[in-house]
Design a protein around this ligand. Structure first.
Ligand SMILES: Cc1cc2nc3c(=O)[nH]c(=O)nc-3n(C[C@H](O)[C@H](O)[C@H](O)COP(=O)(O)OP(=O)(O)OC[C@H]3O[C@@H](n4cnc5c(N)ncnc54)[C@H](O)[C@@H]3O)c2cc1C
Length: 267
């Protein structure tokens, strides 16, 4: 039987097109184009590589506004078999707890699965909570910070990027993995697959599909409270032109500020 993989994908605003409201200091995302969250492209690529080797079946799962449909179609154009968008006003303004809970309930609604792959974090909130949160709600093992994934003897073998090296772990299925943006180069969509995806369409699930208590989801189910918002002070940068003769003086100055160390200090 084909391995069943779920790729969690969030549509995020293209960071280059987000503007900061100079008066309210809020992010104006309205004008920004929606794109696949960058590390979710890597998550999908990991799934597609497993599909290339084993013939796995890939479902892309996303929670977001109706506009996220285009990002799911793009994923299907790259080779995912099925797309599900969880979309309803009651799910809006969820924090990472409510998002993880709703996505975990959606995974249960999909039925049996072997592997969930998520990006490590998003470019718009970037907490990195959601992958591990979904694994916890489902009670399955997880491997985070992965750079490569493959299936061996019914287990997930994952390479994890740690600060001082690489760790290889093997965990039983079903499991969840989060992958880093450095893990691969995502493939492009194929026109034929994209046309197939548009013909096939995606499934849209709402509150009636998942039947979660309304106080568990969206803003009501979100315990996060933003206490205050501080805009960091803009740091002034200055350039200084010096001659070679002044180099020694500059090294001393930077050393005094603790910005560089001498060879003796390094040793
Ligand atoms: C302090 C704080 C306050 C916030 N307040 C609000 C608010 O008031 N209103 C509001 O709308 N948002 C708010 N957010 C944002 C909201 O919490 C997140 O958009 C959402 O919960 C996802 O978290 P994230 O983007 O940090 O995902 P991460 O945890 O960084 O994502 C990791 C991975 O999980 C998967 N994933 C994440 N989200 C989804 C998704 N929706 N569908 C499918 N897969 C997904 C992807 O694979 C992603 O790469 C707030 C966030 C913070 C930190």
């Amino acid at each position: 039987m084909a391995i069943k993989i779920i790729v969690m994908m969030k549509q995020v605003p293209d960071a280059e097109e987000i503007f900061i409201d100079p008066v309210k200091f809020t992010l104006n995302r309205a004008q920004a184009r929606g794109i696949i969250n960058p590390s979710d492209e890597n998550a999908l690529e990991c799934a597609l590589k497993i599909k290339d080797q084993t013939g796995a079946e890939i479902t892309v799962l996303s929670m977001g506004p109706p506009a996220a449909e285009s990002a799911i179609i793009e994923c299907m154009g790259r080779g995912a078999d099925r797309g599900v968008l969880v979309t309803d006003r009651v799910f809006a303004a969820a924090d990472t707890y409510a998002t993880s809970l709703t996505l975990a309930a959606s995974v249960k609604n999909l039925g049996e699965f072997d592997l969930i792959i998520a990006g490590e974090s998003t470019t718009d909130s970037g907490t990195g909570h959601v992958g591990p949160g979904v694994a916890e709600f489902l009670g399955i093992d997880q491997a985070t910070y992965c750079t490569s994934l493959h299936i061996e003897n019914d287990a997930l073998v994952a390479e994890r990027d740690l600060e001082d090296g690489t760790e290889v772990v093997s965990i039983g299925l079903p499991a969840l993995a989060t992958v880093l943006i450095s893990s691969n180069i995502p493939r492009r969509a194929k026109l034929r697959l994209k046309i197939d995806a548009l013909r096939k369409g995606i499934e849209k699930w709402d509150h009636d599909t998942l039947k979660l208590p309304p106080e568990w989801v969206g803003i009501k189910g979100s315990p996060t409270v933003v206490g205050a918002l501080k805009i960091p002070e803009e740091r002034k940068r200055a350039a200084k032109r010096i001659t070679v003769d002044q180099l020694g003086e500059l090294v001393k100055e930077l050393g005094g500020m603790g910005l560089i160390k001498t060879e003796e200090e390094e040793a």
